[in-house]
Design a protein around this ligand. Structure first.
Ligand code: E4P
Length: 217
């Protein structure tokens, strides 16, 4: 499974990129607003940090303007992926951009039928939002399961990019279900390495090693 980080914070992206475990980055207008930085500048900086796919979202809601914005964003770097909302205009833009060879990420997916439409529109990625469904007492992981079955039934190549991930358990369940990618906030991504028994075990090994009085180097 690929790991994307869901942030526009370039310091966090640099730190995670250095681990060698990062496959890409997703941003959205809220994350850009939180960064307080110029959108195009921050996308260019992220694309210089990672060679992986970097999702940049259009701000328009009509087809013509979405296409114009997509051309501007696509020109920033080769690894820009155009993020489009799950509306008929967004799907129409997705179809055209995909036919032109532009990578796309259809976002704000909350139902299996929406994911089916995105696949038919040739989306590179579909972003089902797990946490926001859980927030309204629906089952976000069930949506990932449904999409996996539907895409496998028909051999759709659209990758399931599990989004709105809030917990390490979301990541684990997505991996079990077979999501292709998980986009994870930096803190949750860093949390995946943590286990109290790892810390306890390492402390014990280090303390016993010190007793041997030996060195390896
Ligand atoms: C995905 O691309 C979105 O940017 C993101 O995962 C949304 O997460 P949130 O629901 O925590 O805002």
């Amino acid at each position: 499974m690929k790991f994307f980080v869901d942030t526009a914070d370039t310091a966090e992206i640099k730190e995670l990129e250095a681990t060698g475990l990062l496959d890409g980055v997703t941003t959205n207008p809220s994350l850009i607003a939180k960064s307080g930085r110029d959108f195009k500048e921050v996308i260019a900086e992220i694309c210089a940090i990672t060679a992986g796919d970097v999702s940049a979202e259009v701000a328009a809601t009509d087809f013509d303007t979405m296409i114009k914005e997509a051309h501007v964003l696509r020109a920033i770097a080769d690894n820009v992926v155009i993020k489009l909302p799950l509306t008929f205009d967004g799907l129409k833009a997705c179809k055209q951009l995909s036919e032109d060879g532009t990578k796309t990420n259809v976002t704000l997916c909350f139902s299996a039928n929406q994911a089916l439409l995105a696949a038919k529109a040739g989306a590179t990625y579909i972003s089902p939002f797990i946490g926001r469904l859980d927030d309204i007492h629906a089952d976000g992981l069930e949506l990932i399961r449904e999409i996996r079955v539907i895409y496998d039934n028909y051999g759709y190549e659209t990758e399931i990019l599990a989004a709105s991930i809030r917990t390490p358990n979301h990541v684990k369940e997505c991996a079990i279900i077979g999501a292709d990618v998980a986009t994870v906030p930096p803190a949750t991504l860093k949390g995946l390495v943590k286990h109290p028994l790892t810390d306890k075990g390492l402390d014990a090994f280090l303390s016993d090693w010190a007793k041997t009085g030996q060195t390896i180097l």
